[in-house]
Design a protein around this ligand. Structure first.
Ligand code: GUN
Ligand code: FE
Length: 422
């Protein structure tokens, strides 16, 4: 048996079009492929549809058991939300009338205090996990609150509903859920606390998440609170909180020197364009971050961002890039294909989970969205315009939405549509 072949048997085989990003190509469209998923939920093989007979013999599945995608269907990788506040979902779409620091005091902190009530937490956390799964988020990096029991519950709910998740503050692990050390942001932490958190992360090889340089006012505040540090980034770095398992949200106002520190440590940025605009925080220049070779994924940042949908994050990323182009016509605008990669493989790299998820490679978990551009009751009118652009490749950038996501798979298991338990 070659090293590519898993010892587990084949559980499912799908035939049709697969669209994904690779390390070399922003969007690769694989037509008439056969993809096998083993009993552990991992991709066992990818071959040509024409080779169904040979592959069925080699892998021991019945050709009639293959699931054939419809004419207007394709699989794409599940999307990775690299930054979302589960505890803020209850007021998403409201309260966007003041800048960050006032917004936190006026709306966010009072709501987050409610999570001492476990039933309140259970209700919101169940809704946010279900909603983001329906929206195609197969991996989410969640902020919760300081309440241990409620954070444990979020991990359990994500695991039970079948979503891959990082949950902060630190919690036990479930099969799909890992803990993430979560200082909220430097202004709410003492240097001593940051030091201890860095130690915990280092001693246990844990993920780390926080916020950085979201607004100019916040950057000034950090300068006041931490006068002995070179920069906002230096505050985290000197406490061992910048590692290749760190994801920092926003980073709108980072200097070149700070981006260099991100590159050197392997830390990544969660780009949250809806939030950046909704709270008037700034416009992150993603091209500049990518030119610095810093890893970057997309985040919804609910409820600073009003939408829990990663398709929205894709659109807002393009909008911000185009706004930067309006300001500077020489600007190298992001392409739709690049943003598709950021929403999938880029996010998994930003969370250092790309060994497990992010695209369709043999050995990775099958985290996938079955997309039907012609879904019943969906928002797209398929109009044949001959040699014009393909509707499929335009789906995320234009008129599609979660009604086109007809099934969601995480680690090979179908998790949407939900099967309500008796
Ligand atoms: N900075 C610190 N806390 C928060 C938060 O909850 N949301 C956002 N957008 N920024 C923050
Ligand atoms: Fe945030």
């Amino acid at each position: 048996m070659s090293s590519n072949e898993s010892a587990a048997g084949i559980a499912h085989v799908y035939r049709g079009t697969f669209v994904h990003a690779t390390y070399h190509t922003a969007v690769e469209i694989l037509e008439d492929r056969l993809l096998g998923v083993d009993t552990e939920g991992k991709i066992a093989f990818i071959g040509s549809g024409k080779e169904v007979d040979r592959l069925s013999q080699k892998w021991g599945f019945e050709a009639f058991a293959v699931t054939q995608l419809g004419q207007h269907e394709f699989f794409m990788p599940g999307m990775v939300d690299t930054h979302i506040h589960a505890s803020q979902y209850s007021y998403a779409g409201t309260a966007l009338d003041m800048p960050l620091l006032q917004w936190l005091n006026m709306y966010t902190f009072p709501v987050e205090a409610c999570y001492k009530d476990l039933e309140f937490a259970r209700n919101v956390y169940t809704h946010v996990v279900k909603r983001t799964l329906r929206n195609g988020t197969t991996t989410a990096c969640y902020f919760a609150t300081i309440h241990t029991d409620a954070s444990l519950l979020l991990g359990q709910i994500a695991n039970d509903l079948g979503q891959r998740a990082l949950v902060g503050k630190v919690i036990n692990s479930y099969p799909l859920v890992r803990p993430v050390v979560t200082p909220r942001f430097a202004p709410s932490c003492s240097a001593t606390l940051l030091g201890h958190l860095g130690e915990i992360a280092q001693n246990n090889d844990l993920h780390i998440q926080s916020h950085i340089s979201e607004t100019k006012e916040e950057v000034s505040l950090v300068k006041e609170l931490f006068p002995d540090y070179d920069s906002y980034t230096d505050v985290y770095h000197r406490h061992n909180l910048l590692t290749d398992k760190t994801v920092m949200a926003h980073g709108c106002h980072l200097t070149d020197g700070e981006l260099k520190l991100f590159r050197e440590t392997g830390a990544s940025i969660a780009h949250c364009p809806n939030s950046n605009i909704s709270l008037c925080s700034g416009m992150l220049d993603v091209r500049r971050v990518l030119n610095h070779k810093v890893k970057l994924g997309l985040g919804t940042d609910v409820a600073g961002g009003y939408s829990p949908s990663m398709l929205d994050a894709v659109r807002r990323t393009l909008d911000t890039s185009k706004a930067l182009t309006i300001q500077d016509t020489q600007y190298h605008t992001l392409t739709f294909e690049e943003v598709f990669r950021l929403a999938t493989l880029g996010g998994s790299q930003a969370l250092s989970l790309d060994e497990n998820t992010g695209n369709f490679e043999v050995g990775k978990d099958f985290d996938a969205l079955r997309v039907n551009t012609d879904a019943a009751g969906g928002p797209i009118d398929l109009i044949n315009h001959g040699e014009g652009p393909k509707v499929e490749s335009n789906l995320l950038a234009s008129s599609g939405d979660d009604r086109n996501i007809v099934e969601v798979y995480v680690a090979g298991k179908r998790v949407v549509p939900f099967v309500e338990r008796p």
